[in-house]
Design a protein around this ligand. Structure first.
Ligand code: 5GP
Ligand code: MN
Length: 328
């Protein structure tokens, strides 16, 4: 595999394309949104006709991204879809695309991502698992395209970088992530302000939801698994949205002895009743949670992965105990 060639191919495609449609995975996180917006503005700078697509079901976006403005966003297929180069950002698997019109045959897809388990569903695939975030790949592309890092672009990239590296704390934090941060700060990012927006100044319901999650904590197998669970009732009682559970799993991973941190939450949409979303975080180098998530129909990174399941909470806990034990 030559990453250089993949990057060259994507660069050639981006240079040559006149019309593009950019998109990202369902339940978009900071990296998804940041890469999307940064890529869009870079392409606009180059005089391209770029639109962004996200399903209307994704709105409202998580509260921490309230200041990100998506001008040029469409919620339905544009009429000239077949003339557009489609760019997927941060999406490891086509199943994470909630709409069918972007899954069809005959689309010209550039797949730009950093998930090691990316299924390479694109026409051209630029997949770099060494990149801390997809925004880091976009940052490199922007440099090659000689785009100016405007304060807006820098901010969007920085949001992807900070959220996907866990504020520069996960294993994916590299010299390049810090070089990128330095460059973005020079381009106008205010790290403290971004941090305030992302991690503080949040609605009180978040703390109330966290309170319920903490009250639910269970430890299994001498604490190797630390798990919190949220029911529909917890969301109703606190008036919380699904996206308000973002970050809760990080409290589970912060406990001594934990190898795998888990947050399980019941999905709220009527048509997803009975389904649970599971977030996994590995804090023990021997455990690759993307393998566990993959075995259960999801995926992700070795240290952070997720899936949706029909299993009951008890069945799920048993399955996780078996899967984790098999890796230790
Ligand atoms: P989170 O637990 O924050 O929802 O997701 C952590 C990571 O796991 C994400 O960055 C994403 O890579 C992956 N992930 C989460 N849910 C799914 C899923 O349903 N399918 C796949 N393929 N990956 C997921
Ligand atoms: Mn990412």
């Amino acid at each position: 595999m030559s990453t250089l060639t993949e990057a060259d191919e994507v660069l050639a495609e981006l240079r040559q394309a006149g019309k593009l449609l950019l998109t990202t995975h369902e339940n978009p996180d900071g990296d998804a949104l940041g890469s999307l917006l940064a890529m869009h503005w870079v392409l606009e700078q180059l005089g391209k006709d770029s639109v962004m697509f996200m399903s209307p079901d994704e709105f409202p976006l998580p509260y921490e991204y309230r200041d990100m403005v998506f001008e040029g966003l469409v919620g339905a297929p544009p009429e000239d879809l077949d003339e557009r180069t489609i760019v997927f950002l941060d999406c490891g698997n086509i199943d994470r695309m909630p709409v069918d019109f972007l899954k069809g045959e005959g689309l010209h897809i550039l797949n730009v991502d950093h998930h090691h388990d990316n299924t390479r569903f694109g026409t051209v695939n630029l997949v770099d698992p060494e990149a801390s975030c997809t925004a880091e790949i976009v940052w490199r592309l922007a440099r090659e395209l000689e785009a100016e890092l405007t304060p807006g672009i820098a901010d969007a990239m920085y949001i992807g970088l900070v959220t996907d590296t866990g504020r520069f704390s996960y294993e994916n934090t590299s010299p390049d992530s810090h070089r990128m941060a330095a460059e973005l700060i020079e381009a106008g990012v205010d790290p403290h302000l971004v941090s305030r927006r992302l991690y503080e100044d949040l609605p009180f319901r978040r703390l109330q939801l966290l309170q319920r999650a903490l009250a639910s904590v269970e430890r299994h197998d001498e604490g190797i698994i630390t798990l919190a669970s949220l029911t529909r009732g917890d969301f109703e009682a606190t008036d919380a949205l699904e996206t308000d559970s973002e970050g809760i799993v990080d409290h589970m991973r912060a406990v001594e002895g934990t190898a795998v941190a888990v947050l399980v939450r019941e999905l709220l949409a009527e048509d997803r009743r009975g389904l649970r979303k599971v977030s996994l975080r590995a804090t023990d180098g021997r455990v690759d949670v993307s393998r566990i998530a993959g075995a259960l129909g999801g995926g992700g990174h070795p240290q952070a992965a997720g899936f949706t399941t029909e299993l009951s909470l008890d069945e799920l806990v048993n399955r996780l105990r078996t899967e984790v034990a098999a890796q230790l």
